[in-house]
Ligand binder design. Structure first.
Ligand SMILES: O=P(O)(O)OP(=O)(O)OP(=O)(O)OC[C@H]1O[C@@H](n2cnc3c(O)ncnc32)[C@H](O)[C@@H]1O
Ligand SMILES: [Mg+2]
Length: 186
């Protein structure tokens, strides 16, 4: 593929840092960031990401990347899911643990879906990635819900791991792999 500069629309500096770190090793793809205040939409994660991509592209008027990230509790049939941002803000790490106090099943998965479009009116392509794990009392210091998410087969929460280790197994890295493959075939 020819070298491309793409606009990643996000207001989340930590997402941006992770994506930049992971794309650092990929030739031909450069990322520029625009912080457009996009609405927190409702619905199924795929539909949310499709609409978020469409709205972002209208503002960018060119090739656009967005992503939307969910934290899904199996005992709650996938909730809070895409609404995790509000749940985290209102309830905090302790409150998210309390929600699961009445359930034996603490299993959960994190999910990122990247959306890509060539621009307004063009098709939106979606690239999902998941990481299975469980919800634990908070340990470590990093952004979002990383302190309470412990991936399967690991002794540490995402917040206790090095950034490199998180980036090899995370929802975001798995989703990004699909996007990179797509961009390289363009
Ligand atoms: O501008 P956008 O990209 O929408 O950024 P955002 O912070 O609003 O992000 P989301 O709408 O995708 O909401 C996801 C929530 O989960 C948090 N989050 C996202 N990725 C995470 C990760 O890898 N680890 C921990 N928390 C994460 C994030 O801080 C939000 O509270
Ligand atoms: Mg958001």
């Amino acid at each position: 593929m020819v070298s491309k500069t793409l606009t990643f629309v996000t207001g989340n500096k930590n997402k941006l840092a992770e994506v930049k770190a992971m794309l650092g090793k990929v030739e031909g793809i450069e990322i520029e960031n625009h912080d457009v205040d996009l609405p927190e939409l409702q619905g199924e994660p795929e539909d949310i990401c499709r609409e978020k991509t469409r709205l972002a592209a209208e503002s960018i008027k060119g090739p656009t990347i967005v992503e939307d990230t969910s934290l899904c509790f199996n005992a709650l049939h996938g909730l809070p899911g895409p609404y995790i941002k509000d749940f985290l803000k209102k309830l905090g790490h302790e409150g998210l643990n309390t929600i699961l106090a009445g359930f034996e099943d603490k299993s959960a998965y994190s999910q990122t879906i990247f959306g890509y479009t060539d621009g307004p009116g063009h098709e939106v392509h979606l690239f999902p990635g998941r990481c299975q794990g469980r919800i634990v009392p908070p340990r470590g210091n990093y952004f979002g819900w990383d302190p309470i998410f412990q991936p399967d087969g690991k002794e540490q929460t995402f917040a206790e791991m090095s950034h490199e280790e998180k980036n090899t197994i995370s929802h975001r890295s798995r989703a990004l792999a699909g996007l990179i493959q797509f961009l390289q075939q363009m």
